[in-house]
Design a protein around this ligand. Sequence first.
Ligand code: 5CA
Ligand code: ZN
Length: 430
Amino acid sequence: MRSWPRPDVPTLPGAGPVPRIHDDSSGHFLESADRSARATLYVCGITPYDATHIGHASTYLAFDTLVRLWHDAGLEVAYTQNVTDVDDPLLERATATGVDWRELAASQIELFRTDMEALGVIPPDAYIGVTETIDSIAAAVDQLRARGIAYQVPTPDASEPDAADWYFDIAAAESATPWILGSESGLDRATMTALFAERGGDLDREGKRDPLDPLLWRVEREGEPAWDTASVPLIGRGRPGWHIECSVIARETLGDTICVQGGGGDLVFPHHEFSAAHATALTGERFARVNAHGGLVAFDGEKMSKSLGNLVLVSQLRAAGIEPAAIRLAILGHPYRDDWEWLRGDEQLATERLARWRAGASRIDADALTAGLDEDDALELLAGIRTRLHDDLDTPGALALVDDWFDRPHSAASTALAARTLDALLGIRL
Ligand code: 5CA
Ligand code: ZN
């Protein structure tokens, strides 16, 4: 589907290093891409029913920083983001509010696009809804069936009498593929079980071989959207499970092994564990070399989420006259892997910080001006920012360098290059 317009990103002198980022599977810092190949990124997109809150924005800005650094390093970048435009939470919200689920999704996707454009986020090269990928997902479930890694669970409430949901067989996948449970998330079984329950998993469903086996395909229920699977008739009319959606969309657009799989920390388990497991079961290859997750943003003491009603929306802040650059700055002031809390007044503090930078940029050093077009100060700032961001996207460290830099005046040429640096690497226009 359509994404949003790409911001102009200035080019900078020289090339930055390829950043090292934290891989949550191994606990190590790894090169995020290999200079000899395309840099590929898959980031889990929204389920379009509560967009765009500061938590979403924080996750997408973290990976926007990575994309900007890859471009600055001179890499060819391929970035895919999905839209979970059919799934239980969306359907439940639509039913609760009496809105058609398609209309709810379309309006929230549009709002998300507008917010991303306003925030100057570089759009993904492929922006793909699950409803656009149904056939490939059904085919993937069928392949897992054929390999003995998918099985059916009796489904008495299905629309068709003998239809049954499809589940992923963890034990079969462990013996037939290089993936084992926990290899992506690095978690033990007790923690995984607790997270599965907390995040709506169906541990107790009768007929499952392992309580943690995840749903691959939900056959049609009365009143729920469903699609025919004519080319794979054994699967049956229905709709995709959540994890298989991301593994199929990522593989179709980026290949069998991607450089970085990204999302918020709430996706470590079960979502990223099983999207990787499904992909590996289909290809025999490792799904992503680096698993990277942003921290979760809270508000009023709890994780920001529609169900708790504690949302701070990007669109509300914009409507209240807060400049998108200030919203960006407020978010980039936190290390991307930390959990943090949005505090009332954060937008004001960021607005003041931006104003200090702008005041700094308007104080041109007259001596430097007469001395010529000296860019040395800005080249030093650029090198400093590249070094900070190379180190696991240390945006707070980069912003602190900018604070210091604007404490004293610089030549007009240096000030102009500093402004281009902030625009290109941090997406902040002075
Ligand atoms: N559609 C799925 C991913 S396939 C989904 O999780 N959608 S979402 O709308 O709930 O979240 C969209 C993205 O924002 C995900 O990467 C998620 O991890 C991230 N996210 C959600 N809530 C927060 C939060 N409070 N703080 C930080 N990131 C968040
Ligand atoms: Zn996903």
